[in-house]
Design a protein around this ligand. Structure first.
Ligand code: PMP
Ligand code: GLN
Length: 384
């Protein structure tokens, strides 16, 4: 189909394949190299061997929907009815795709920030909708956007705003002032927000702002579909258990699409994720502290190797400018990095429509064990 022609193999698949083929340290695709909480793993094993292997209910098992509701109330003070306002999906990816497909007519416009997670562009294209990117650019070590560009992106065709905070790949955590501007424009133009909050628990102590779900701002809960998933929070990216929360009529619209994409998913993993969502606060604090130390280790190593490093406020990604190393094109740079030093990274340019803005930026993940990061840092020294 014409509108899918621009989409080749995802950069994550390409770069992970390159890492395997060359025996490189893979700091490209973002997946942890350790498993999530032991209680969650045991709950999954028990579910598999105790008859939780058939289709679960369309909206997800009640126990998981209740745990998702309790988790959002506890962490963000957001109230959702588990029976009508929460839907379990095959990862955040399906929640986002089904939301866009459910809500956009052909030609409707979707405002999103670039660089954007790669599935956004593909899902918008599948829906026959049009993306209206607003560019994030580094300024004094922090990614910011031009409020005028954001305002100009809204038109009478704007249907959705797709907001990812904490943001992949930049590590930006949107501040209250930035969110207020987005919220005001949503209200003014009657747009619905789809918020991708898969990194909701990965915000570091020196961030300019804590994580604030857009739905907590005045006037936003009734027009927001809030998306998250278990993958990042509980180190189980391969499980693909996600969820979307929002007003009943919007969630029902998403369900209408989701039922024909996957129908349902992950029966034995659903009770296990419910268990994980009930983890004590100390779990989230430990996860964050551990990752912050890894962030600092890799930031220092990348700086030493000669990159101009942008320290992320959240997520488990670091973006770095290759200019000080003489690099002019991130794609070329990443394709040659395995030969030069045995490390794999992701060129950020593929996440932009405005290629020039991301041309010299590449992304490294730090959700790996300390010895792996130390080995990567050792190898990267070969660049200088
Ligand atoms: N959104 C963002 C910003 C991501 O980085 C990812 C990567 N996991 C996803 C969505 C997809 O999440 P899931 O694996 O739950 O589909
Ligand atoms: N979300 C992860 C990343 O950004 C992996 C995504 C994927 O492989 N599709 O690296």
């Amino acid at each position: 189909m014409e509108r899918m022609r621009p989409f080749g193999t995802t950069i994550f698949a390409e770069m992970s394949e390159l890492a395997t083929r060359t025996g490189s340290v893979n700091l490209g695709q973002g997946f942890p190299d350790t498993d999530g909480p032991e209680t969650m793993l045991r709950a999954a094993a028990t579910a598999v061997t105790s008859g939780h292997n058939q289709y679960p209910p369309a909206r997800g098992i009640p126990e998981l929907r209740q745990a998702i509701a309790d988790h959002q109330r506890h962490h963000w003070g957001l109230e959702y009815d588990p029976d009508s306002e929460i839907l379990v999906t095959a990862g955040a990816t399906e929640a986002i795709a089904a939301s866009i497909l459910a809500l956009c007519e052909t030609g409707d416009e979707v405002v999103c920030f670039e660089p954007y997670y790669d599935s956004y562009a593909a899902s918008i294209a599948l829906a026959g909708a049009v993306r209206r990117p607003v560019t994030l650019r580094p300024e004094h070590g922090r990614y910011v956007f031009d409020p005028d560009q954001l305002r100009a992106a809204f038109t009478k065709r704007t249907r959705l705003v797709l907001l990812n905070s904490p943001h992949n790949p930049t590590g930006k955590v949107f501040t209250r002032a930035e969110l207020e501007l987005i919220a005001d424009l949503c209200v003014e133009y009657g747009a619905i927000a789809v918020t991708d909050e898969v990194y909701e628990h990965l915000v570091y102590s020196d961030a300019a702002s804590p994580h604030l779900p857009l739905a907590t701002l005045p006037g936003m809960k009734e027009r927001t579909l809030r998306v998250s998933s278990a993958g990042k929070t509980f180190s189980c990216t391969g499980w693909k258990v996600g969820w979307v929360s929002g007003p009943p009529e919007l969630v029902s619209a998403v369900l209408r699409v989701k039922q024909f994409l996957t129908f349902v998913n992950a029966a034995p993993l659903q009770p296990a994720v419910a268990t994980a969502l009930r983890s004590p606060d100390s779990y989230y604090v430990d996860l964050r502290n551990d990752l912050q130390q890894k962030r600092d280790l890799l930031c220092a190593g990348l700086t030493e190797a000669g990159f101009d490093v942008l320290v992320p406020e959240g997520t488990y990604f670091i973006t770095a400018d290759i200019s000080p190393l003489g690099g002019t094109d991130g794609m070329e740079f990443c394709r040659s990095l395995p030969d030069r030093c045995g490390v794999v990274a992701i060129p950020a340019q593929v996440f932009y429509d405005t290629r020039e803005a991301g041309q010299r930026l590449i992304r490294f993940t730090f959700c790996k064990q300390r010895p792996v990061l130390l080995e990567a840092v050792r190898r990267l020294r070969a660049l200088t």
